[in-house]
Design a protein around this ligand. Structure first.
Ligand code: BTN
Length: 222
């Protein structure tokens, strides 16, 4: 995987898109900070120096959101380990938020173009997070990690997971997604829906017989 390093970017997903349009594949764009980091559903992603802001440019793959979530979860697990906190539960919250102790430490924004996909992965590593619902690895463990090392873990996890068979990917994702089988409330564009969460083979969230896509779900609460 080629690594393209930037000091600063508006959004690494946008830089990655420009590289993708020029034919770049199997590459990752990394910035030390983002000036306009983007989250899902038009939200912004706080991107001060100290976090890992990366966007992978890959061949199109239906299961990319799952691949990204599994790889990011394994990376956060490894980071906790390196920071001396082994055995902590690292969970995936549908569609692909990575949670530790019920707080978000990593967010993923997958975007598809005509003949390539972008998986944007932001991990709160050493940065201070001023949100009630989120935190960073340093805030949890008190230890600072080398961002380049965290990037190496992530790249190697993405490369390995990309080689896994589809059934394995969905199985691993379901194993890590602890909200399945639990009661959830999903905020939609109009109104909300409550029920027991399931997931189908296409990655849609199933609640009360309704198939909810990543784009439709504004927020999911447990
Ligand atoms: C979310 O949880 O809403 C998704 C957050 C995704 C953030 C990452 S950081 C790297 C990449 N560049 C962006 O602008 N966003 C993604």
């Amino acid at each position: 995987m080629r690594k393209i390093f930037l000091d600063s970017a508006e959004s690494t997903n946008d830089v990655a898109r420009a590289f993708g349009e020029k034919g770049e594949r199997d590459a990752v764009v990394v910035a030390r900070e983002q000036r306009k980091g983007r989250g899902r559903n038009g939200r912004s992603w706080f991107s001060d120096a100290g976090g890992l802001y990366s966007s992978f440019i890959l061949e199109k793959k239906k299961s990319l959101p799952f691949i990204a979530a599994i790889s990011a979860a394994k990376t956060v697990e490894r980071c906790m380990d390196e920071a001396g906190l082994s055995g902590v539960d690292v969970e995936v919250k549908w569609p692909n938020d990575i949670m530790v102790m019920e707080k978000k430490v990593c967010g993923i924004l997958c975007e598809g173009y005509r003949d390539f996909d972008i998986a944007g992965i932001g991990i709160n590593v050493n940065n201070k997070v001023s949100l009630e619902c989120a935190t960073s690895i340093k805030e949890i463990t008190g230890k600072e990690l080398a961002i380049d090392e965290v990037l190496d873990f992530l790249v190697s996890n993405i490369e390995k997971t990309l080689l896994s068979p589809e059934e394995e990917i969905i199985k691993e994702y379901k194993k890590r997604c602890k909200m399945l089988g639990k009661r959830v409330k999903v905020k939609l564009e109009e109104g909300s829906i409550e029920g027991i969460a399931g997931i189908d083979e296409g990655g849609y969230l199933l609640v009360n017989g309704l198939r909810i896509s990543v784009a439709e779900a504004i927020r999911v609460e447990q």
